[in-house]
Design a protein around this ligand. Structure first.
Ligand SMILES: [Zn+2]
Length: 133
C-alpha cells in the first residue's frame, strides 16, 4: 500500500472537500468567486493541494476555448472542479495554471486553533486516511 502525503493548511479559513474534509486551499488564495462550474457557483483559486488531475482536454466554455484537466480529491476521489492549462483567448490568459473549485463540492471552515502556525505536512498510510472518511 502506498503512502499519501497530506498538507494541512493554515489561513484565515480553509477550503475543504465537502465529502471527506481534506484540506484543498486557503481562502486568501481565492482570486474570484464569480465563476460558474458544472454545478453552479465556483471559485477561481491560485493553488490547491491534496488533489490530482486527469487528462488534458480542450473544452468550449462561455469565455472561449480552454485546455483544462479535471481536479480530483486525493482522499475520496470526488471531482472538485478543473485546472486551466491553457487559454486560447488573450484576455483569459490570467486563468492559466489556476484552479476552479465547485462550491457544491467544497465547504469553507475557519481554521481551528489546533492548526495554527505554519502549514505542516503529515504522512499517513493511504489505508489509514481512507479509514477516517
Ligand atoms: Zn475528498
Amino acid at each position: 500500500m502506498g503512502r499519501a502525503f497530506r498538507i494541512y493548511l493554515a489561513g484565515e479559513s480553509v477550503l475543504v472537500c465537502r465529502q471527506c474534509g481534506n484540506h484543498l486551499a486557503v481562502s486568501e488564495g481565492v482570486m474570484s468567486k464569480q465563476f460558474t462550474g458544472q454545478h453552479g457557483r465556483a471559485l477561481l483559486v491560485q493553488q490547491v493541494v491534496n488533489t490530482y488531475t486527469g487528462e488534458a482536454e480542450d473544452r468550449e466554455m462561455r469565455t472561449g476555448r480552454h485546455t483544462v484537466r479535471d481536479v480530483y480529491c486525493r482522499v475520496c476521489h470526488t471531482t472538485l472542479g478543473w485546472k486551466y492549462d491553457f487559454a486560447f483567448e488573450h484576455d483569459q490568459k490570467y486563468k492559466e495554471g489556476k484552479f476552479i473549485l465547485e462550491r457544491e463540492m467544497i465547504t469553507e471552515k475557519p481554521e481551528s486553533k489546533r492548526d495554527h502556525g505554519r502549514p505542516r505536512i503529515e504522512e499517513l498510510p493511504v489505508r489509514e486516511v481512507l479509514a477516517r472518511v
